[in-house]
Design a protein around this ligand. Structure first.
Ligand code: UD1
Ligand code: MG
Length: 445
């Protein structure tokens, strides 16, 4: 979907007061990716020559870090969307192709819709195109006023609408595509004579018409794509919609979900075929689940790879930089952190595995804890191939347990254990026949 000579301006210079947040609005996340991150995915699919993000002085640093390598440009004071585009003009120097103008808080916008908008702007006689939607509830949006032949006459902001105009359901999504050779001249002619005293980008169609250029209208097939985020409720609603689409995508790919509504995925979750995901599972960023794996109920996974046919949970927590290789099994109440469980290895009940490589077919007994942190540094350990870690053992890292070695249950291991050795590190037993009976007699007499 590449477009030769396309530039894109993303407006994110507003104050977003309604979010009541120290974080700029476009950096709030849905499904683990920032609002502007979602938009950039769509924009990048168009393969633009340059992308310019307009920010405010207070938000520039944080937004610049998120959108790199794309450039930001600061709009000194928020004097309206027209002024924001004006701030971006110097960064467009030498660009003559179409210029896409998007609002930073429209994460549901799809590449196909943007491609339609770009094509509409290039129709004969058109100087620009506006992306519109037929909104069941147009309140708050700019309305598209059309002439009797259906052509766009002007866009009127909600605040500036007459009662009759307020009844129009065709709304401005905020996305435009403008002929790059005229953009600067047109933007410089925008005035601020409106209810808010701001420079409105929505004045462009009338200005283009003065020069004899039409503005074509591209209408969204699914008006939900126009949904923006103004407050926390909007954010939660878009999260809800995005989760539905991510689950559908996973099920389309051959995953089974018993209760899809209770499974939460991330923007980058990769799920193979015949994966079973039980209810109440949360999957954070950076997770790949290979074919045939099972994620049992109430598990939490982030930044991890779950191999083919592996089994996780119920109630497992798999933390970043962990790999559960094919056929390996992590059971209930196990926390795995920066660790690898190689093929066929098992840790089935209760425990903490931090900074450890668990060899193939190793059995990690119930309640095993790897003490990987000494209060200053994290240390790495290895459990050899086919080794057996008895229940309730504490492995004080760094420790290497050899292939085929056995750690006796209840041991605290602080030294390396050679291949095939037995390590016992616990107080020796002492059984005293009749002692309990004597004690009982004494106490009860
Ligand atoms: C805008 C449109 C309206 C459209 C609606 C769609 C204008 C005048 N109005 O209204 O027709 O229906 O979006 O959601 O364009 N921004 C800046 N600098 C500024 C002001 C805004 O960068 O000085 C950015 C904001 O960060 C935001 C975007 O522009 O990402 C839109 O601003 P907002 O104030 O939300 O515009 P709306 O009133 O929603
Ligand atoms: Mg808005």
């Amino acid at each position: 979907m590449s477009h030769d000579g396309l530039a894109c301006i993303i407006l994110a210079g507003g104050k977003s007061t309604r979010m009541k947040s120290d974080t700029p609005k476009v950096l709030h996340k849905i499904a683990g990716l920032s609002l502007i991150g979602w938009l950039l995915r769509t924009v990048e699919a168009m393969n633009p020559d340059r992308v310019i993000v307009v920010t405010a002085p207070f938000s520039d640093k944080a937004i610049a870090a998120e959108v790199a390598p794309h450039k930001t440009i600061i709009q000194k004071t928020a004097k309206g969307t027209g002024d924001a585009v004006k701030a971006a003009l110097p960064a467009l120097k030498g660009h003559e192709g179409p210029v896409l103008i998007l609002l930073g808080d429209m994460p549901l916008l799809r590449a196909e819709s943007v491609a339609d908008l770009i094509s509409a702007a290039q129709e004969d006689g058109a100087g620009m195109a506006v992306l519109a939607a037929d909104a069941p509830n147009p309140d708050g949006y700019g309305r598209l006023v059309t002439a009797s032949n259906g052509a766009l006459a002007k866009i009127v902001e909600d605040r500036d609408c007459t009662d009759a105009q307020r009844g129009i359901s065709l709304i401005n999504t905020g996305a435009f595509c403008v002929n790059g050779t005229h953009l600067a001249a047109w933007v410089n002619r925008i005035k601020s004579n409106n209810a808010q005293g701001e420079f409105y980008i929505t004045d462009l169609p009338e200005i283009a018409a003065e020069d004899g250029f039409e503005t074509t209208i591209s209408i969204l097939e699914d008006e939900d794509e126009a949904l923006g985020v103004n407050d926390r409720l909007d954010l939660s609603q878009l999260e809800y919609m995005m989760q539905i689409s991510l689950r559908l995508h996973a099920m389309d790919g051959g995953a089974t979900m018993i209760d899809p509504q209770s499974v939460f995925l991330s923007h980058d979750t990769k799920i193979g075929q015949d994966v079973m995901i039980e209810p109440n599972v949360i999957i954070g960023a950076g997770v790949e689940i290979e074919n045939g794996a099972t994620i049992h109920a109430f598990s939490h996974i982030e930044g991890a790879k779950i191999g083919a046919g592996a089994s996780v949970g119920p109630y497992a927590r798999i933390r970043p930089k962990s790999v559960i290789e094919s056929g390996a099994s992590v059971g209930n109440f196990i926390e795995v952190n920066r660790s690898t469980l190689k093929k066929g290895s098992k840790a089935k009940h209760l425990g903490y595995l931090g900074d450890v490589t668990v060899g193939e077919k190793c059995n990690v007994g119930a309640g095993t804890v790897v003490a990987n942190y000494d209060g200053y540094e994290k240390h790495k350990s290895t459990f050899g191939k086919g080794s057996f870690i008895g229940s309730n053992s504490t492995i004080v890292a760094p420790v290497a347990i050899g292939d085929g070695a056995i750690v006796a249950a209840g041991s605290t291991v602080t030294v390396n254990v050679p291949d095939d050795a037995l390590a016992i590190a616990r107080v020796e037993g002492d059984v005293r026949p009749g002692w309990a009976l004597e004690r009982r007699k004494k106490k009860e007499s």
